[in-house]
Design a protein around this ligand. Structure first.
Ligand code: NAD
Length: 300
């Protein structure tokens, strides 16, 4: 089936980007959110994405400028999904909120509508039964800044119909993502299965006093040819997110004193000083010209 109408549920950071990207590629999009206030914020996000896209896609000005005209807004779920071929869910990363949403969505949507979750840390099988249509449900995971970081990780659960998987892979390609098929459930998909251990290891080397962040980044960049090292990546992710993750680990593993030590270092050296990473202009590096981009950074 060729999808025509896409509904994006949740219009926060990722939902608004997914909606804009989908409209930019010519699809009709409905944004669904919980109330008028959320819709007002969605309209502001969408308007600012028009600026981002016109700047980034200098040769596709018409598509960037007409994308907004293909986006409708709704706070009534049945109205929002009545013509949807596909619903992409990008609501908060809270299991209960998502379960309740899928229960309502399963009742409100036409029987042949496919559902995809953009959840970063949960698995489709956690919600499949709530959808009432497990064979038409899977994950379609985007990365922040979808127009540039265009991975489309498509992850099925054991009960997803292979035809649905193919349709969603095709859709991901049609909206400009590189479709990446994950054939069985994997927490963290491919990207975070690789990235999280790298960032954890880098923090461990720093936290244990083995080497300073710049030496760690230099080692990684010289040896692999990567354009930035783990601490450059941490600045992009944001120090608050890194702190939240490491302090959760510290609480879960009190016997491992290393997690607590790293959480304290991140808090006192960065968060307490307002150094949140690239977003605030300073983290392990200062922006817009971080030291790792200077030409002598990798020299002997
Ligand atoms: P966000 O907090 O920015 O936005 C959530 C949106 O959902 C808000 O607009 C909120 O009003 C709305 N919402 C809340 N309850 C709802 C409901 N019951 N029905 C409909 N809408 C509801 O969140 P986000 O960062 O965009 O994350 C959304 C999802 O995308 C999460 O599952 C997250 O794991 C995933 N994700 C986030 C990123 C990221 O970098 N932020 C990257 C990839 C995937």
């Amino acid at each position: 089936m060729q999808f025509k109408h896409i509904t994006v549920a949740g219009s926060g950071v990722l939902g608004s980007q997914i909606a804009f990207q989908t409209a930019f590629k010519g699809f009709d999009v409905t944004i669904y959110d919980i109330n008028d206030d959320a819709i007002k914020k969605a309209k502001e996000r969408i308007a600012s994405l028009e600026g981002v896209y016109t700047e980034y896609f200098k040769n596709e000005q018409d598509a960037a400028k007409s994308a907004q005209s293909r986006i409708r807004y709704a706070t009534d779920l049945a109205e929002a999904v009545k013509d949807a071929d596909l619903v992409i869910e990008a609501i908060p990363e809270v299991e209960k909120i998502k379960q309740d949403f899928y229960k309502q969505l399963g009742k409100a949507a036409p029987a042949d509508t496919i559902f995809a979750t953009n959840s970063s840390t949960m698995l489709p099988s956690q919600f499949a039964e709530y959808t009432g249509r497990p064979e038409k449900f899977l994950a379609l995971h985007f990365a922040n800044h979808v127009w540039q970081n265009n991975t489309g990780e498509v992850m099925e659960h054991a009960g997803t119909d292979p035809k649905v998987v193919q349709e969603v892979l095709d859709f991901a390609a049609a909206i400009g993502m590189v479709p990446l098929h994950i054939k069985k459930e994997q927490p963290g998909y491919i990207l975070n299965s690789l990235l999280v251990p790298l960032l954890d290891a880098a923090q461990g080397l720093w936290g244990n006093g083995v080497a300073d962040p710049q030496t760690i980044d230099k080692t990684w960049m010289i040896a692999t040819g990567a354009p930035m090292g783990p601490f450059g990546i941490i600045d992009v992710v944001g120090l608050q997110t890194v702190y939240n993750i490491v302090s959760t680990k510290a609480a879960q593993h009190p016997e491992n004193k290393g997690y607590k030590a790293i959480a304290d270092m991140v808090k006192t050296q960065f968060l307490d000083k307002g150094k949140m990473g690239m977003g605030t202009g300073e983290g392990f590096y200062t922006y817009p010209n971080p030291a790792y981009l200077e030409k002598d950074f990798l020299q002997p």
